[in-house]
Every structure is written in C-alpha cells, then in structure tokens.
Design a protein around this ligand. Structure first.
Ligand code: NI
Length: 186
C-alpha cells in the first residue's frame, strides 16, 4: 500500500473519461487500497482513481465511519434535490454550493468482481455523484451556478496550487489544512 500524490485541477487525467475495469486482479485490489490510504491521509471523504492519475472506473469513500469502494458504477438518482457545500481534493481548500440529487442508488462491483448495490442519501449520495462524475471527467465546478463557477475559476487562478504541475513538470504535493474543506473533500 502506498499514499499517492493527488492530481490537481489542470491535470488532463481529471477531465478524461475513465476506462471500465476488466480484470478483478491483485493490481485492482492494490489500487483500492492506495485510494483508501490516500483519501485518509488527505484527509477526504471520497476519492476517485483519476485523482491519483489512474484512468479507471474505481472510487472509494469514507462517510459516517463507513469505508466503501465501487468498481464500474452505474447511478440512479432521485428527482428530489439537495443543497449544500461541496469540495474536492483536486481543488484544495475550495468549497461551493453544489446542487445534487438527494438520493442515489449505485450499482457496481466490489474488488472481487461481486455485484454490489449502495444506497445513500444526503452526504453519501452527494459523494457517490461527485465520485461518479470524476469517472466521466466531470468536475464539481461544472455543476455550479454560472456566478459561482466564475468565482471558482477566479479562486483557482489565484490559488497557490494551480499551475504547479506545469511549472515543475512533476506532480505537486501540497500540505493543506485538514479542516479547510470541512470534511467535504471528495
Ligand atoms: Ni473530487
């Protein structure tokens, strides 16, 4: 197991649709372990494989002390919506009001290839939608109101992390306050 560097907005892997997992092998189980360890170290409440540079349809979460993972998920959403702030480990320190469905049923597979169904409301539903978006190359800023998106883009341009990848030619590591996304880093 190893903690992996988290990719920040600007890294093309974050806007690339991820591939379906085809082999439920040791490599996949290592990926799930790395995702969980990296999420806990951040700390965050969810993490998708593209966020550590692996373009596969895998994500993990830790919500209400329940750690889970899902491979090749397909989501069903309730029509009822929820309001609330949301953050993303690929946008350190940013939090924006992000509309999401109130409930989610996510069907997929565990790391052994067994079918699983995860049902969630509120924060778990928000997390499942956020992480599933990552697998489609969709980011939470794409879900914001027009005015918030403008504000977010400005905050990104002024952030200390934006552009680090291009400058150094390597994946940047940045230590951020564990509390600045209020447990909403997804
Ligand atoms: Ni995220």
């Amino acid at each position: 197991m190893a903690i992996q560097p988290i990719r920040f907005f600007g890294d093309p892997v974050l806007t690339t649709p991820a591939s379906l997992v085809e082999s439920y092998d040791k490599e996949l189980r290592n990926l799930v372990e790395d995702l969980i360890e990296t999420m806990h170290e951040a700390p965050g409440a969810g993490l998708a494989a593209p966020q550590i540079g692996v373009s596969l349809r895998v994500f993990v979460w830790d919500i209400d002390d329940q750690v889970g993972h899902l491979i090749n998920p397909v989501l069903d959403l309730t029509e009822e919506m929820q309001e609330g702030d949301e953050g993303c480990l690929s946008f350190p320190g940013m939090l924006y009001e992000t509309p999401r469905a109130m409930g989610t049923v996510a069907k997929g597979f565990n790391m052994y290839g067994e079918p699983v169904t995860i049902e969630g409301t509120e924060l778990l539903a928000r997390c499942l939608q956020h992480e599933n978006d990552h697998l489609d190359g969709v980011l939470f800023i794409d879900r914001l109101s027009k005015s918030d998106r403008k504000k977010a883009m400005k905050e990104i341009r002024n952030s200390e992390w934006f552009g680090l990848a291009e400058e150094s030619g390597t994946v940047p590591r940045l230590k951020i306050s564990p509390h600045d996304t209020m447990g909403l880093g997804l």
